[in-house]
Structures are given as structure tokens and as C-alpha cells.
Design a protein around this ligand. Structure first.
Ligand SMILES: Cc1ncc(COP(=O)(O)O)c(C=O)c1O
Length: 410
């Protein structure tokens, strides 16, 4: 049987639908972020990265790199086992204490990624609640959807950020039934934030638990980097806070924070936590260094917001369709899958600017875009070079130079 043809056919389908993904072969340069080397068939080329989720450049911070190097030198590389079998290393225990403190919760629990923490966290919590109904925001990330599916419980999807719809669904479920509301603090594609206080009001009114994904907000919002829940003054009202160590904290791993009992139950029941090797000590020490630094230092957060505002202003002034956001995400709308890919190819090959095209299924068809993520280290010269390159691309691809509102109204 020619098994390989099935894989070739599957790939051809992706090509036909313009959904085949190409990875840029990059080499990051510590100390020079957002500059990197792009390895091409014609040799290495310099490139400016404009789409990294190392939002604050903490992946190159001397304290973070130093903690990783020092810990690896002292303790070696891998953890050597699952948490249960020899892998429960000291920096990991300290990291969980740091995370609990960051979110003002009794306990924290670290997983190998944010994806795994959502899958394991949501599915395990819902399974432990009798006859649980999960209420999930329509724009929740794939990892949350996977957690909801793997829970195997009933679920309903509420229209994105629509608290009236959420209330209808809560009312229908009734006060007596166990309910888990899952949502994000900041949605990474449109850069909008959730009305956390209103969701908590409803959770209290209808006796539901709350689970928030703060993957795109921790480190960047709140006085100590506790995320949107801290920024909006609602952190104490949320039952479970989930986030990543891989974006603003510049490392790898994910976590949940909550009550002792909840965290202990997930630790004890979640296969995605139990049956996998613990994070390496050096990664944990580096993440702890990043979290500690961002608890005290506001420079990165302030400069990050200032840079995002600058990019939005410069690109809008150049007549580019920048979707308005209140956050650090700068979506520039292309609204065409082919042109979106072509635009990023021209940017990379001719302007030395790397931005990954965002196409379906990450965003709905017709809303394809460039998702630009300015960091504290994207100085003015880089912002102006980006604007000039985008104007060139817009002209060559005959894309409309109109404000976002005019495009949205069409
Ligand atoms: C909202 C959200 N949650 C979770 C994740 C997964 O986090 P990680 O990259 O740490 O696996 C992502 C993507 O990276 C995300 O965008």
C-alpha cells in the first residue's frame, strides 16, 4: 500500500487552500534583538523581526541569560525525570512559589508549555466537577478548545466578549449546576481585552468558577506584570489563572495558579502533568529571573506601550489599515490570503523585515493580516523603515491605502 500518497495528498490540499506553512529559518542574536540572521538558500542575511512573541525582549536580558547559564553549569541540563520520579528540581519549586506570588494565589503549578497547561488544566478541572458545564468564549485559543474537548463534559460557546450572551447561558444552566467559564485576558489576534470584572460579577451571581488565559498579558500588564486581571483590579476574583513562560518572560513552559486544593488536584490527576519530564532547572531559573525582574521594573512595560503607540501612529499616518487596539498588538489588515503571503515574502526578501502572514484558520477568511508586535527595542529608525517598506508593498500589490474603519465598513 502506498501510504506516502496520503501524506502527499494532505499536503497538496494545504497548498491548494493557501494554508501550507513555511517556517523562516532564523538565528536570534542575544543582545541585538530584534535583529536576527535569516538563513536562506543564498546564504545568511540580516533581518529585523517584527512578529516575535518575546514581547519585551526578556529572552536576551542579561539577568535571564545569566540565570540560565549559571544554573545549567551548576545543575546540568535536563531535569532527569517526571516530577514524581527525580525531576522535581529546586528551581522549579522556587518558580512555582514565584508564580503564586505574582498572581496572589495560594499555589502555582508548572507544565512544559502553555498549550499543555490549558489542555491539562481545563480538562482536569472540569472532569473533577460533577456534571460540569464549560462556558467557553468563541475566540478562545486552540489549546483551550482542546482542553474543553478533552474534558468530555457538556460545553457551550458564548459570543466573543458578549457578557449578555454569557448571562443567558449561565441562567439556562441554573445556579445549582457546576460551571466553568473559560476565557482570555487579552486576545492575541485582534488585541482586544476581556471585561474581566463583568465576567466575575456573573460568575458570582450564578455560582460559576472562572479560568482565565493570560498568555498574551503576563509580564506586560498590571503593576507587577500579573496580566490583564491585575491591570483591571480583578485578580483576586479569578479562580484559576493560566499563562506561559514563553512570551513576555522569554523562556519556555506554562502554568496555572489557584487555590492549594485545586492545584494539588490538577497535580494529582492531570496526565499531561504527571507523565512527562519536568522542565530543566536552567529554564526554571531563567523564568524566575524574568518574572522577578518584571515585578519591579516598569521600564519594559512603559517602553513597550510607547513603542506600540508609535508604530500604530506612524503606520496609520502612512495610510495603512491598522486595526485600532488598546494593547501592544498591531494588526494591519490585508484581507486576502494570497496577498498576505506575497506581502510577507516581499518584506522578507527585499526589505529584510520578517513578519509572518496570519491566515485562516488562525483568523477567519477575509480577515488575513500582518500581526506586528513592537518591542521596547524597536527604535524609531526601525519603525520608519517598516512604514516605508509596507507602503512599497501596498503599492506593488495594489492594496487599498485606507483607514481600518473604511475597510471594515465595506
Ligand atoms: C492564548 C494562548 N494560550 C496558550 C498558548 C500556548 O502557549 P505556549 O506557547 O506556551 O504553549 C498560546 C500560544 O502560544 C496562546 O496564544
Amino acid at each position: 500500500m502506498g501510504y506516502n500518497t496520503y501524506f502527499v495528498d494532505a499536503l497538496n490540499r494545504l497548498h491548494e487552500e493557501r494554508r501550507y506553512r513555511v517556517f523562516a529559518h532564523l538565528e536570534r542574536l542575544a543582545g541585538r534583538f530584534p535583529r536576527a540572521i535569516h538563513h536562506t538558500p543564498d546564504g545568511p542575511r540580516d533581518v529585523i523581526v517584527w512578529c516575535s512573541n518575546d514581547y519585551l525582549g526578556m529572552g536576551q536580558h542579561p539577568k535571564v541569560v545569566g540565570a540560565m547559564v549559571e544554573t545549567a553549569t551548576r545543575m546540568g541540563t535536563g531535569a532527569g525525570g517526571t516530577r514524581n520520579i527525580a525531576g522535581n528540581n529546586h528551581p522549579l519549586v522556587l518558580l512555582e512559589q514565584e508564580l503564586a506570588d505574582l498572581h496572589g494565589k495560594e499555589a502555582g503549578l508548572v507544565f512544559t508549555s502553555g498549550y499543555v497547561s490549558n489542555d491539562a488544566g481545563i480538562s482536569t478541572i472540569a472532569k473533577l466537577l460533577p456534571n460540569c458545564l464549560i462556558l467557553s468564549d468563541a475566540l478562545n485559543h486552540n489549546s483551550m478548545i482542546t482542553g474543553v474537548r478533552n474534558a468530555g463534559t457538556d460545553k457551550v460557546v458564548w459570543r466573543h466578549n458578549d457578557v449578555e450572551h454569557l448571562e443567558d447561558l449561565l441562567k439556562k444552566a441554573g445556579k445549582e449546576r457546576a460551571k466553568l467559564i473559560v476565557f482570555e485576558g487579552l486576545y492575541s489576534m485582534d488585541g482586544d481585552v476581556s471585561p474581566i470584572g463583568k465576567i466575575c460579577d456573573l460568575a458570582e451571581k450564578y455560582n460559576a468558577m472562572t479560568y482565565i488565559d493570560e498568555v498574551h498579558a503576563v509580564g506586560m500588564y498590571g503593576a507587577r506584570g500579573g496580566g490583564q486581571a491585575e491591570q483591571q483590579g480583578e485578580m483576586g476574583r479569578i479562580d484559576v489563572i493560566e499563562a506561559t513562560l514563553a512570551k513576555a518572560f522569554g523562556c519556555l513552559g506554562g502554568y496555572i495558579a489557584g487555590s492549594h486544593a485545586l492545584v494539588d488536584a490538577v497535580r494529582s490527576y492531570a496526565p499531561g502533568f504527571i507523565f512527562t519530564t519536568a522542565l530543566p532547572p536552567a529554564v526554571c531559573a531563567a523564568a524566575t529571573a524574568a518574572i522577578r525582574h518584571l515585578k519591579d521594573s516598569t521600564w519594559e512595560r512603559e517602553r513597550h506601550q510607547e513603542r506600540a503607540a508609535k508604530v500604530k501612529a506612524v503606520l496609520s499616518a502612512a495610510g495603512l489599515p491598522v486595526m485600532p487596539t488598546d494593547t501592544h498588538i498591531v494588526p494591519v489588515m490585508v484581507c486576502d490570503a494570497d496577498k498576505c503571503k506575497q506581502a510577507t515574502d516581499i518584506l522578507l526578501e527585499e526589505h529584510g523585515i520578517y513578519i509572518q502572514p496570519i491566515n485562516y484558520p488562525t483568523v477567519p477568511k477575509g480577515t488575513e493580516r500582518l500581526r506586528i508586535t513592537p518591542s521596547p527595542y524597536h527604535e524609531d529608525a526601525l519603525v520608519h523603515a517598516l512604514a516605508e517598506a509596507l507602503v512599497d508593498v501596498w503599492e506593488r500589490l495594489e492594496l487599498p491605502r485606507k483607514p481600518f474603519n473604511a475597510i471594515a465598513a465595506e
